[in-house]
Design a binder for this molecule. Structure first.
Ligand SMILES: Nc1ncnc2c1ncn2[C@@H]1O[C@H](COP(=O)(O)OP(=O)(O)OP(=O)(O)O)[C@@H](O)[C@H]1O
Ligand SMILES: [Mg+2]
Length: 399
């Protein structure tokens, strides 16, 4: 559309096969005050189709009778070609049917040639343009509204997914806590009877001294009872309500250095190289030293075991998530990796794929990290290796 200052300048296409009518329209338009029209003429249906495709018109005036075609076909062509200009149908004589037909085809208005004078023509054109502009504004607002609604839908969907994930984590944590409580109470209940059995077996073994086969059976029973007693003790140790040792500021590099010393014999015997870059800055967290050491040892030992029989590299890195104010301590091994179906189960108590594993190492890590307000993430590719990252809240200078 062309706007020249306050002086509106409309570009009009007239589709008209009668030159006299073209001249008449031009004259009527020239008589209009204030508005300036740039009138273009298409003398046939084909010429009109060609010009409509330029899509640069403010309004299109179409003669109803175009010889072998009708003006209604032009109106339909305008709608189909995506041209947004309003179309005004000019008819020789007016009738209600023509009016309805014109509207159905998509015309903005219609005008009987006999009635047309410059005032009426100007008014019809002005109203048609204004209405089209309003429609256009409405369409734009509707599009924007639809866009905002779509964006909102996407955000709601994302938020729902986040909430579902948080909910799943919560359920997992609650299940874990419930399981821990159950194990603690079972271990507690088993402790007394197993000690009684152990004592009875011991007393019996004194009574039947000299009876070799009886002694053998008793020794076996005694050793198994001791094994159960040890396991029960371990469970009680792990799942007893934690002593509320106070948290203290800890330097992660120092904790890792102690861990490395503690597991040095394992690294050496199992041919694993501990790779850690020299840190230039310090990373501080609030924590319980023994518990953090236990997490790092459990994860390191798992990594070492996953790299057997040949050994490999255990890469230890510290990073900072400034946004969430967390310190990440990662242990990446070059071991066998974890199967996709096992991955969701590795933190469950008693889940193990090892002949002599108890399946408690990672369950303990999970509990401790939870108590430190942290979390653990795992990335693993079968046959390539696994990376565990322990995230702990960073100790800020104000804490
Ligand atoms: N770095 C790793 N690479 C491959 N698999 C791993 C790794 N860490 C853990 N896993 C898998 O997770 C399981 C559970 O580990 P978790 O430490 O809880 O128990 P475990 O090592 O089997 O026994 P233990 O109680 O002696 O530690 C392991 O049996 C193993 O299948
Ligand atoms: Mg383990």
């Amino acid at each position: 559309m062309n706007h020249t200052g306050n002086n509106r300048h409309w570009k009009i296409l007239l589709v008209e096969d009668d030159e006299d009518d073209y001249v008449l329209t031009r004259t009527l338009l020239s008589e209009v005050r204030g508005n300036r029209y740039d009138l273009h003429w298409a003398t046939s249906y084909d010429a009109a189709v060609h010009k409509i495709s330029e899509n640069s018109w403010d309004v299109i005036l179409v003669d109803y009778d175009l010889g072998s075609h009708t003006g209604l076909e032009v109106v339909k062509n305008v709608s189909a070609s995506g041209c947004h200009a309003p179309v005004i149908l000019l008819t020789g004589r007016g009738s209600y049917e023509t009016d309805v037909e014109a509207m159905k085809a998509g015309a903005a208005d219609y005008l009987t040639k006999a009635e047309a004078n410059s005032l009426l023509l100007e008014r019809t054109i002005r109203y048609a343009i204004e209405k089209r502009q309003n429609d256009e504004e409405l369409r734009k607002s509707r599009d924007e509204l639809r866009k905002s609604r779509d964006e909102l839908e996407v955000r709601v969907r994302e938020r729902t997914q986040e909430l579902e994930k948080a909910n799943r984590e919560l359920i997992k944590a609650e299940k874990h806590m419930a399981m821990s409580r159950m194990i603690a109470s079972i271990a507690h209940e088993l402790n007394n009877p197993i000690q009684t059995i152990e004592n009875c077996l011991y007393l019996l073994s004194n009574d039947i001294a000299g009876n070799d086969s009886g002694q053998e059976v008793l020794d076996m029973a005694l050793s198994e009872a001791r094994r159960i007693a040890t396991l029960v003790n371990q469970l009680r140790e792990i799942y007893r309500p934690m002593k509320v040792s106070p948290m203290q500021p800890l330097d992660i590099c120092e904790v890792l250095s102690e861990v490395k010393t503690l597991i040095a014999p394992h690294l050496q015997h199992q041919n694993v190289v501990w790779k850690q870059r020299l840190e230039t800055e310090s990373y501080k967290v609030n924590g319980i030293l023994d518990q953090l050491k236990q997490i790092f040892i459990n994860i390191s030992l798992n990594g070492i075991e996953a790299m057997q029989p040949h050994g490999g590299e255990l890469t230890v890195e510290i990073c900072r998530d400034a946004l969430n104010q967390k310190i990440g301590i990662s242990f990446k091994d070059t071991g066998q990796g974890i199967n996709e179906e096992d991955l969701p189960k590795i933190f469950e108590p008693f889940f193990t794929t090892k002949d002599k594993g108890t399946g408690l190492g990672l369950a303990i890590c999970y509990d401790i990290v939870q108590r430190h307000d942290g979390n653990i993430t795992v990335e693993s590719s079968p046959k390539q290796g696994t990376k565990f990252t322990v995230w702990l809240p960073e100790k800020t200078s104000s804490q």
